[in-house]
Design a binder for this molecule. Structure first.
Ligand code: CRA
Length: 823
């Protein structure tokens, strides 16, 4: 057959080629005359035009990889928070300006087309977005990789704010079709649940076990091409959708039980219906466990299938696949790979276990105890009777080893066991992941250290060589080039564009911090970005904000440990100062919040209500006279975030020390020239090291101080009584000042702070308010502030996801780039 051609046809990337392909897609794919094409038709036609370019590179990638003795990274993640594809792909292809030109010629506004794209919100927050950044970097570094996950029909809910409260709306991202994916109805897997196991002897007389499941569903692959930046590598994101094996049980149907017949279909499709909208504490729901097993089993079967196509022998599997577990959500993979190798492929236990351990790596993303997954043994064994047996066997062998190393230390055995028996019986997924992996890592220096010292201490003592740190990173393509074209142009004018692949080169900007003309330009770009955000805020909330004021921004999931309410306490303190002294000299500030709360997380939702209530009062009060504005930006997602990071002067990273594993928003802000006010938590520590202590506003307890204070008995009331301003602030909330006299509304919040204050807001309030005072002063010296801003951007190279992925490739995955040629 004819080889795929690189010139002519739809592979033609010339202006003429693109224009022709676009017109063809309007006509042949959307079935429209240009004169009646809707906005969505035009978007779809553009998307298909770009996708044609991707597919072309994708086929080349597959073609040139086939038959090579190479290793593929499999990134297993229950979440991929990709964000809109179109603009990103245009940047990576290098045809952004061409397409802008075509749109103009054809007579429409490209921004309207970009706006039309529904982003795939297949993740909650940092963890899902990290997976997306890593896919971008893997492809950009030309590393063969497959992302495996779940094709949720409904992603993270859309957030509306009504009367100050969060209201959730289902996310219907697939409603108008998804031009970026290819359904692969021929690539399917069977995944089973429930039932029982049965021993038997195989033809060689060996003892074997077979699983007789209760029900089986079908997984269908949906593929999305992931193109790297200005390279030809186009990797694969393969998401699984659950379907019924037969859409009707004909027997039931024939006896007239129509609903019974459809039941099976409904049950099966349920598995990939909706993303669980909880960020860290995962709900112990059966369906969630089914989702995890479903996608893990499909993915492992798929890898084995691909591997066998190349004719490889199973005991060499780990030389050709490196599987990374993105937190414990896919940790069942350890038991599933054992089952596939031993039960299905007939391997003996020891070689299978050797392959398994060499194949898996495990990334931990949280220290929060409530977020460490454990499943009741009963539930687990009911769904996965065979996996339960396998886990018991892994555990038996593992605990034998522990006992050999530490004879008589039964307390240690109980602590390390894969089964938690300290009250009820639970399968500990983090332990399963640790035992079944050759590499274990945290996501920032501090986090990795605390893992070793605390949460995974026993595992570190036993196998220290497995542990390492891999500080998170974000892709500069989406979060700088795409989000901040103004700044990108300014930087390119000075140091060219090689920093987009090698952000360490941003350091070349450092001398520009001393150039007044450059600083002037830097401020001009920031002001434009702030005007842009001000416009979006007006459209979305009706609130008018002043781009000349300081934009002080905290956007991230709502969580008590992230302490959005500490920020609010400080806002109320400023307001209180103005009320007590109407001529109080405050540098005008706009406080912007954004983020979703888990629908079942009452306190987080109450904090949203508090932010909006304080905003209502403050924004209306004539005494404030333009010095304070408070905005809650609704429905924070990747698409909206693009307006936010580039517009920030100050980035709030104020979690209780020791609670935020890394954070990645902190990196996105700083890259865009925001200064950080933050605690010594997560990656803040390293950001401060990179940008210099003098360019970072540090406050608060250290992780060690937090622990010792907890240990010695923390009494929030003592801090309360010692700080009159804090008293006035809390009194304003408690008295109903922000709730039309209703003293009940915020009582749960006030009481939690006064009597427990689990996240130590009161302990940190004083130092936070002081440092905010220093921020206020610093902002008045615009030249100096701009200097610090430039140095922040210039020194953020370390936090590119390219650096992170290089480290994973070298230390954990042992994989090398495979450059792809187009001709
Ligand atoms: N919620 C951490 O809390 C971290 C990301 C990505 C989180 C963040 O501090 O930046 O992971 N943890 O590493 C998590 O999801 C299950 O744990 C997060 O996004």
């Amino acid at each position: 057959s004819e080889p795929v051609s690189c010139t002519g046809g739809r592979a033609d990337m010339s202006l003429d080629g693109l224009r022709r392909t676009f017109r063809e897609h309007v006509f042949y794919t959307q079935g429209r005359f240009p004169s009646v094409a809707t906005r969505n038709d035009l978007y779809m036609a553009f998307a298909y035009t770009v996708r044609d370019q991707l597919l072309h590179r994708w086929i080349k990638t597959v073609e040139q990889m086939a038959g090579k003795d190479l290793k593929i990274v499999s990134y297993l993640s229950a979440e991929f928070l990709l964000g809109p594809h179109l603009e990103n792909n245009l940047i990576n292809l290098g045809i952004y300006d061409d397409v802008l030109g075509i749109a103009k010629e054809e007579g429409f506004d490209i921004q309207v087309i970009f706006d039309q794209e529904e982003e795939p919100g297949l993740g909650n927050g940092g963890l899902g977005r990290l997976a997306a950044c890593y896919l971008d970097s893997l492809a950009s570094l030309e590393v063969p990789a497959i992302g495996y996950g779940i094709r949720y029909e409904f992603g993270i809910f859309d957030q509306e704010i009504r009367d100050g409260w969060q209201v959730e709306r289902t996310d219907q991202w697939l409603r108008l079709g998804n031009p970026w994916e290819l359904a692969r109805p021929e690539i399917t897997c069977r995944v089973s649940f429930g039932g029982r196991t049965e021993p038997y002897q195989d033809d060689r007389g060996r003892y074997r076990v077979r699983w007789i499941p209760h029900r089986t569903v079908k997984g269908v692959a949906y593929d999305t091409p992931i193109l790297g930046y200005r390279v030809n590598t186009c990797n694969l994101l393969r998401l699984w959708k659950a379907e019924a094996i037969e859409s009707f049980e004909f027997e039931a149907f024939n006896v007239g039980d129509y609903y019974g017949a459809v039941d099976e279909k409904i049950y099966s499709e349920n598995i990939t219906k909706v993303l669980y909208p909880n960020d860290e504490p995962v709900q112990g729901k059966q369906l969630r466990l089914e989702q995890q097993y479903f996608f893990v089993s499909c993915s492992l079967q798929d890898m084995l299938r691909i591997y066998k196509l190349g004719g490889g022998k199973l005991d060499r599997f780990s030389r050709h696949f490196a599987i990374q577990l993105n937190d414990t959500h896919p940790a069942l993979g350890v038991a599933e790979l054992m089952r596939l190798l031993v039960d299905e492929e007939g391997m003996d236990w020891e070689p299978a276990w050797d392959v398994t351990c060499k194949t898996f790596g495990y990334t931990n993303h949280t220290l929060l105890p409530e977020a460490l997954e454990k499943w009741p043994v009963e539930l687990f064994a009911g769904l996965f009777p065979r996996h339960m047996e396998i886990i018991y066997e892994i555990n038996r062998r593992f605990l034998d080893e522990v006992r050999r190393r530490w004879p008589g230390d039964e307390a240690r055995v109980a602590r390390m066991s894969l089964i938690d028996e300290s009250g009820g019986r639970f399968v500990r997924m983090a332990h399963l992941a640790c035992v079944g992996s050759h590499a274990i890592n945290g996501v920032a220096e501090l986090h990795s250290r605390l893992l070793k010292e605390d949460v995974l201490r026993d595992f570190h003592e036993m196998t220290p060589e497995k542990f390492s740190n891999k500080t998170n990173g974000v892709t500069p393509r989406r979060f700088l080039v795409l989000a901040n074209p103004g700044l990108t142009r300014l930087i390119e004018g000075k140091i060219g564009d090689t920093w987009i692949r090698r952000p360490e080169e941003l350091r070349k900007l450092e001398p520009c911090a001393d150039d007044p003309a450059f600083r002037e330009e830097w401020r001009r770009v920031k002001l434009e970005n702030k005007k842009n955000l001000a416009r979006v805020i007006r459209e979305r909330t009706g609130i008018e904000v002043d781009p000349a004021s300081m934009f002080d921004i905290q956007v991230k999931r709502l969580h008590e440990y992230k302490r959005q309410h500490l920020n609010v306490l400080h806002i109320i303190a400023l307001y209180d100062r103005i009320k007590r002294n109407p001529s109080y000299d405050l540098c005008p500030r706009t406080f912007i919040f954004g983020g979703k709360a888990a629908p079942g997380y009452f306190m987080a939702k109450l904090i949203i209500k508090l932010i909006n209530s304080v905003g209502d009062t403050v924004n209306r009060d004539p005494d404030v006279n333009g010095r304070l504005k408070v905005v809650f930006f609704p429905d924070l997602n990747v698409k909206n975030a693009k307006f936010i990071y580039p517009a920030a002067d100050l980035s709030e990273q104020i979690s209780t020390a020791g609670k935020e594993a890394s954070g990645t928003g902190n990196m996105k802000f700083s890259m865009n020239g925001a200064l950080t006010i933050g605690t010594l938590d997560g990656a803040n520590v390293e950001i401060r090291e990179e940008v210099g202590a003098e360019n970072f506003f540090l406050f608060g307890l250290t992780a060690e101080e937090v622990y010792s204070l907890k240990r010695d008995g923390y009494r929030p009331m003592e801090y309360f009584q010692a700080n009159p301003e804090l008293q006035r602030v809390v009194e304003r909330i408690a008295s109903g000042y922000f709730s039309n006299g209703d003293r009940e509304l915020f009582k749960p919040l006030v009481d939690a702070l006064m009597f427990h204050d689990t996240f130590m807001l009161f302990a940190d309030f004083g130092s936070y308010a002081d440092v905010q005072g220093r921020v206020d002063e610093a902002y008045r010296d615009r030249e100096h502030w701009t200097r610090m801003s430039i140095l922040n951007s210039a020194r953020m190279g370390k936090f590119s996801s390219d650096r992170a992925i290089r480290e994973y490739c070298e230390d954990i995955w042992k994989v090398k780039p495979v450059p792809i040629l187009l001709e």
